[in-house]
Design a protein around this ligand. Structure first.
Ligand SMILES: [Zn+2]
Length: 381
């Protein structure tokens, strides 16, 4: 059975949220709006953490608690992020029937304002109907789009509920229960500069070494759980100078921690071998090329089993409100990876957003209504 949703209020909230500009680090206005909205919805506490000092955002993450009146029932949290990707200033929402878009010069911001709108509508419904419910916490992070910075700096001790749901995936009617871990890799190959026309023999071409190493690395899909990409290459000064320094930036992702470290080590070993195998002539003297690699553990994997309480609850809720959900493994990393890494099982729910991170982004109000029905069932299950 589904509850009737106030479609027009939901549409109005979504529009209002989208039209508050909130690119990453400029979340001050939306955070102020959310604090006020959460207070009006009867939050028992609203906490802004101190992450802004580390993320550089205008706001910290927000954690709101709605204590409910069913202390014996297991609580849950919903998480969303308040920042959006650029171009994001001056969003004007256009509605045609049930379809929302931007005017075409900015993103719409449905990533992740769909999630926020649905949570606010859920809380409004529970509030106005005096619906008995367990403890609900709402976590709204900053700077998700620029490296999950808010989530990485969240004060997790503040959360009292044992598990939750991140409302942050494109499409509708699916739940992400697996996502890979990722390492960010930066490699610096150092050679030796020389005039490329007058004395090329005296140079060590860092670009040639980097290119040679790169051709010996497997890129793309490495196996059914892992991928690798190098996406940025920088260096060189002029066509008549043997390039001295080349920097490469890439990433490895895998659902398996073992494979992640194996592939990362393989990359390092390949670059090291290329440099070690280099043979110069008399003009380079004692000079040898070198390589330095830095690896940043970007985010841990998200891996939930079918019998985890967080998965069982949503299966039951979906049954209660007559929805047929798919449980999928995805290839991206999001706040939910970080929450899981901190020991808080978190599944990701699709919110109906589509063509995100483009100016053609869209939302169908019917999908947002469907999401809100599911959240209502989750809170009551
Ligand atoms: Zn998102």
């Amino acid at each position: 059975m589904t509850v009737p949703i106030n479609r027009e209020r939901l549409a109005a909230t979504f529009t209002e949220l989208c039209e508050i500009s909130s690119p990453s680090r400029k979340e001050g206005a939306i955070a102020a709006y959310l604090k006020k909205a959460l207070a009006e919805l009867g939050a028992d506490s609203i906490h802004e953490d101190d992450s802004a000092t580390r993320t550089g955002s205008e706001s910290g993450n927000l954690i709101a608690r709605f204590a409910g009146n069913q202390p014996d029932r297991e609580g849950l949290f919903f998480s969303c992020h308040m920042d959006v990707v650029e171009p994001a200033m001056g969003v004007q929402v256009v509605r045609k029937g049930d379809i929302f878009t931007s005017k075409g010069e900015t993103v719409l911001g449905g990533d992740d304002k769909t999630g926020i709108a649905a949570v606010l509508e859920l809380l409004a419904m529970l509030n106005e109907n005096n619906t008995p419910h367990p403890k609900i916490e709402v976590v709204i992070t900053t700077c998700e789009e620029i490296g999950l910075l808010g989530a990485k700096n969240l004060d997790y001790k503040r959360l009292e509920t044992p598990y939750g749901y991140a409302l942050d995936s494109t499409g509708i009617n699916h739940v992400v229960i697996g996502a890979p871990a990722a390492n960010k890799i930066m490699i610096e190959v150092k050679g030796l500069a020389a005039h490329a026309g007058l004395c090329p023999e005296a140079g060590i071409n860092a670009l040639a070494l980097a290119a040679s190493a790169l051709t010996n690395i497997r890129l793309g899909r490495l196996d059914d759980e892992s991928t690798c990409n190098f996406g940025i290459i920088q260096g060189g000064m002029a066509t008549n100078i043997v390039p001295e320094k080349i920097t490469l930036k890439g990433e490895v992702r895998s659902h398996s921690k073992e494979k992640l470290s194996h592939y990362t080590e393989e990359i390092f070993a390949t670059f090291q071998k290329t440099v070690n195998d280099w043979q110069g002539g008399p003009a380079t003297g004692d000079h040898r090329p070198s390589v330095a690699i830095s690896i940043v553990d970007d985010y841990p994997p998200l891996s939930l089993t079918e019998d985890a309480p967080v998965v069982k609850r949503i299966k039951k809720a979906a049954g209660d409100c007559g929805k047929d959900l798919r449980y999928i493994v995805a290839g991206g990393g999001s706040d939910a990876n970080i929450f899981n890494g901190f020991g808080l099982p978190t599944a990701i729910i699709a919110t109906g957003m589509s063509k995100v991170h483009t100016v053609d982004e869209q939302l169908d109000l019917s999908d947002l209504v469907s999401l809100t029905e599911l959240l209502h069932a989750l809170a009551l299950t």
